[in-house]
Ligand binder design. Structure first.
Ligand SMILES: [Zn+2]
Length: 213
């Protein structure tokens, strides 16, 4: 039986489009006072990403924001290559390039479609470390996109809120037809990695292996 991608994500406990929590700004952590709570939530996010990675291989990386598993305030992103996962506590974008590009994004909370989203090529992100210090990091290109997508979740925004007026998401089946070249390149890369380590070649938030699905 053909299970819709969105149903698969729902079965894995990913909160789906229409749920109020996806449209609400997340509350910030008080750090270091809430450090253990922050660590617990990050652990939950890692566990959820591992569950997702086991049933759905991602070639181009993924991120997960806490509202998507029914809690708020933090996000985790797996960058491309072998870099460690990025944990975002209380992230806010403090600067961005004027230059943008447009790429297709997917979202685990409405996974049957993909949408063409303009985003800045470079962003500066401030986060709060567990000890309460502020840390600023600059991200570029695909990783900037991935992180921007997850920070948007914490602000109650979905990628559809970022799409140009009049542009609509397309069905995933149609996207796969347009994405074959990228999918093949990305598959070669992902095959060398543990299945749960989702990877990205182009910086989409959640794009599967396309041609091989
Ligand atoms: Zn998303």
């Amino acid at each position: 039986m053909d299970v819709r991608p969105s149903q698969r994500m729902r079965d894995l406990g990913i909160v789906q489009h229409g749920a109020g929590i996806l449209a609400e700004p997340a509350r910030a952590f008080e750090l270091p006072a809430e450090r253990y709570e922050a660590e617990r939530i990050v652990d939950e996010l890692f566990a959820a990403m591992e569950r997702i990675g086991q049933v759905h291989p991602f070639a181009k990386g993924m991120g997960l924001a806490a509202p998507q598993v029914g809690i708020a305030r933090a996000a985790v992103v797996h960058p491309p290559g072998d870099a460690p996962a990025i944990i975002l506590l209380n992230p806010r974008i403090t600067d961005h390039s004027e230059e943008t590009d447009e790429q297709y994004e997917g979202c685990l909370s409405f996974f049957d479609v993909r949408g063409l989203v303009p985003r800045p090529l470079k962003i500066t992100v401030e986060t709060t470390a567990l000890d309460g210090k502020t840390v600023a990091t600059v991200y570029e290109h695909g990783l900037a996109r991935l992180i921007h997508h997850e920070i948007d979740h914490l602000d109650g925004l979905l990628y559809t809120d970022r799409m140009k007026t009049g542009v609509k998401p397309i069905p995933v089946e149609e996207y796969r037809q347009t994405g074959l070249i990228y999918s093949c390149q990305a598959s070669a890369q992902v095959d060398r990695l543990p299945r749960y380590k989702v990877r990205e070649a182009r910086g989409l938030s959640a794009v599967e292996r396309g041609a091989h699905q």
